[in-house]
Write a protein that binds this ligand. Sequence first.
Ligand SMILES: *Cc1c(COP(=O)(O)O)cnc(C)c1O
Length: 465
Amino acid sequence: MSDHRQPTADPATGMHDHSPELLALVDNVIDYSRRRLIFDDVPLDKPMPERELRRLAPGSITEEGIGSRRALAMFENVLAPACVSIDHPGYVAFIPSAPTKASVAFDLVVSASSVYGGSWLEGSGAIFAENEVLRMLANEFGMPESAGGVFVQGGTVGNLSALVTARDARRRALEAAGRDRPDRWIVICSEESHSSVRSAAEVMDVRVVTAEADASGRLHGDAVRPLLEEHGDAVFAVVGTAGSTNLGLVDGLASIAALKDEFDFWFHVDGAYGLAAALLPELRECFAGVEAADSVIVDPHKWLFAPFDACALIYRDPVAGRLAHTQKAGYLDTLEGDDWNPSDFAVQLTRRARGLPLWYSIATHGVGAYREAIRHGVTVAHAVADLIRARPELELVTEPELSVVAFRRVGWDASDYDRWSAQLLDDQLAFVTASSHRGQPITRFAVINPRTTVELLSEILDTMK
Ligand SMILES: *Cc1c(COP(=O)(O)O)cnc(C)c1O
């Protein structure tokens, strides 16, 4: 280290040399990763109050460093157990993540390889592989050959980037037609749309107009039509959801897409959680209409079994994305041209080649294994819905469409759910949280993990008697 008490270390490169200490550090870190990666019975773990962490893991940031062994021991013994294991089979809250071992192992390679994933000039090999995956996904969704895009950090950035492109494309189209820009742009979505759509609108300073979903919670074209008629050119995009986060429902995408024959708008499909299920032939019909989308997102860190963090953003016409997002600067001019530069398609510049872990895992196992693993979630969700229907104290909120089962315990209020949820975590059985639907408290299981079984979920239901 660049410590004056270690005169033998080169002060400039002490952190980059091949000393025995640094080689031991690498071995220890890789050994820890290896153990964590192949270990199947990971504890669920739970959060710890900050004052406890201060007591148990004090003073790690110092001028001289505490040394690799102490830092790693602190992580292994104190910090890691204070993080919930999102790959635990009992983690069924929010949208879980259950990366394949191939994808996690390869995530280490992505870091070790020092790839810059922003420009073809620097990262062509990695970008080629990422694009192979995007191509496969675009094909599965029925998008045209020309479709393409980029892996971004998450669905939130994916939605924002798509909507920025949508507005830019509408602005250009209006200008080309000699029409005026609206005073305030409008994006149409439904109440069940993800919070990130509202957040994107906030960032973009555009207005959100909510179209009413049907009784089940799905948005259809007939609810969007009057809003398009009313707001005309001010509407730059309509967002359909392919798998709502709370209930797992797919909007009537085909009926929304059909409105494109009569109205000019950008059709964005937010499939961060659910669009992965379009890989199942038996469910493809639920997603009819997605092939007509101008942009779609799906998060590999949700139902495509990749580690955090990755969202696939795919444009029908990638040129629109490039026009909206390419950053201009003298020192970037050398990157202009026909090269495929992933930085140009979203709100980002420097980027990790975050699609590579997914590429490696799909290349290894084949798409068929992915279909099987996704199918598991749907099968388990439907089996658990049957169990819920058979229990008088429980009530389904709606029939599951994908792999989310939303239900309520008759007679429970919000505090009952919270107490129950805290107890499950204390008992280290499961991570399930309360949610709400139309102002009423509910809870839900989101089944992603291939190791989440009907038996385990049944055991959780037993705790609600
Ligand atoms: C999770 C989710 C998002 C946000 O994705 P992040 O990766 O968490 O940013 C957006 N839309 C839907 C439907 C989601 O389920």
